[in-house]
Design a protein around this ligand. Structure first.
Ligand code: NAD
Length: 268
């Protein structure tokens, strides 16, 4: 059943996780959005408890989608896909921040987006999306004389590597150079690997502490280096960006959208 007033009910998926908590907090500062349902994996110890006033943590995705207007998911790839299947069935627009989808899972998201609008972004930060723009432009202007290397640093609990944002930055370099990212990315170097592969795009992941996220894209020339760096000190801006997308998606046609489109940085 759709909400009758202007306030849209948000299904927060992965609600007890680090990002889920940020989304719940950010929702308290919105007039146009409110908590509709809080969903976690069935074996989560807080299932059945009142995580927020009037909102019990559930693992019942079908029921939760029935009570909401838009879903926001920061969870694990298989869990987010399970949610998206239910959302596609009920016509619920979805915002997905989960990273680490495999190629086949990404293809399924594209196919589900034929039924509902989905915003999928490895990074909902506004400045990171501007960084993607800058990186694409710099890569195109500098060309292949400048070696592209991407370094990312995240907290010790992060389970996928390189980060989804680092992969997006790598793809932005490839787009700027008119290359195919998968043909040029180099993610491991160990042993006698030889000299740097021409035109390659290197990505390296560092893990430790509680670092919310750092990304450094280097363009290394002879005698000079251009670096474009983003450092996140909290996770709040990711949640704010995701809720901006949850507002934006209202009334959109089915399709797979990215954050650059949400922010009007690229054509729809
Ligand atoms: P986290 O481990 O703190 O939280 C994930 C939550 O999802 C956990 O509470 C877990 O129990 C829950 N979960 C797992 N499977 C589930 C399922 N099937 N159904 C419902 N809930 C389920 O992790 P986190 O730091 O909050 O990050 C979550 C994801 O979001 C990761 O993939 C991370 O890389 C990504 N992330 C994206 C952005 C962005 O801007 N797009 C920003 C930060 C993190």
């Amino acid at each position: 059943m759709k909400s009758h007033n202007q306030t849209r009910r948000v299904l927060v998926h992965g609600a007890a996780g680090r990002m889920g908590q940020c989304v719940r907090e950010a929702l308290k500062r919105r007039d146009d959005l409110r908590i509709g349902a809080l969903v976690e994996t069935p074996d989560h110890p807080q299932i059945g408890s009142n995580l927020e006033e009037g909102a019990v943590l559930t693992s019942d995705v079908d029921r939760a989608t029935n009570e909401c207007d838009v879903a926001v998911s920061f969870a694990l790839p298989e869990g987010s896909l399970h949610l998206l299947r239910a959302c596609a069935h009920r016509g619920i627009a979805s915002i997905v921040g989960t990273t680490g989808f495999q190629t086949g899972q990404h293809a399924e998201i594209e196919s589900l987006a034929e039924n509902i609008p989905i915003v999928l972004a490895a990074n909902f930060s506004i400045s990171v999306n501007i960084m993607l723009h800058l990186v694409r432009t710099a890569a195109g202007l500098l060309g292949e004389d400048y070696d592209a290397e991407i370094l990312e640093l995240h907290h010790r609990e992060k389970i996928d590597a390189p980060s989804g944002t680092a992969l997006s930055l790598g793809k932005a370099v490839a787009e700027g150079r008119k290359q195919i990212f998968e043909d040029h990315s180099v993610m491991t170097r160990e042993g006698a690997v030889g000299t740097r592969l021409p035109n390659s795009i290197g990505l390296q992941a560092l893990r430790g502490g509680d670092v919310a996220g750092e990304h450094n894209v280097m363009f290394l020339g002879v005698g000079e280096r251009l670096e474009i760096v983003h450092r996140a000190s909290t996770r709040e801006h990711f949640a704010r960006g995701a809720l901006h997308a949850a507002s934006w998606i209202r009334g959109r046609e089915p399709g797979l959208y990215n954050m650059e489109q949400v922010l009007g940085l690229t054509s729809q």
